[in-house]
Design a protein around this ligand. Structure first.
Ligand SMILES: [Zn+2]
Length: 102
């Protein structure tokens, strides 16, 4: 049974919201800007690397294991275990079915 870990992927818009929540608005020359869009505009490299750091932080907080056979997601402490158990019983039947579809 193949299981794999699901990686978190944030869109730029989602990461801008994360930054806005942490840093709020910034004032530049008397004008208010959202800090998320400001960083993305001013330093896209910093924005991108902050985004991938945040993604790995989210991954280490909550691992999501995906059953390779049915694609079902299993979270939580026993996620890895329950993903492994997920299609164990009918694993052979499922792979036969897969073969037939091809
Ligand atoms: Zn499954």
């Amino acid at each position: 049974m193949k299981i794999y870990q699901k990686k978190t992927e944030l869109s730029n818009a989602e990461y801008r919201e994360v930054l806005d929540e942490i840093y709020g608005d910034v004032e530049i020359c008397g004008m208010m800007f959202s800090s998320g869009s400001a960083l993305q505009e001013l330093d896209e490299t910093a924005f991108e690397s902050g985004k991938s750091e945040h993604e790995s932080a989210l991954d280490s907080e909550s691992l999501i294991w995906v059953c390779g056979a049915c694609g079902e997601e299993h979270e939580g402490k026993r996620g890895e275990e329950s993903a492994e158990e997920c299609c164990k019983a009918d694993a052979e039947a499922a792979s036969d079915e897969e073969e037939l579809k091809k």
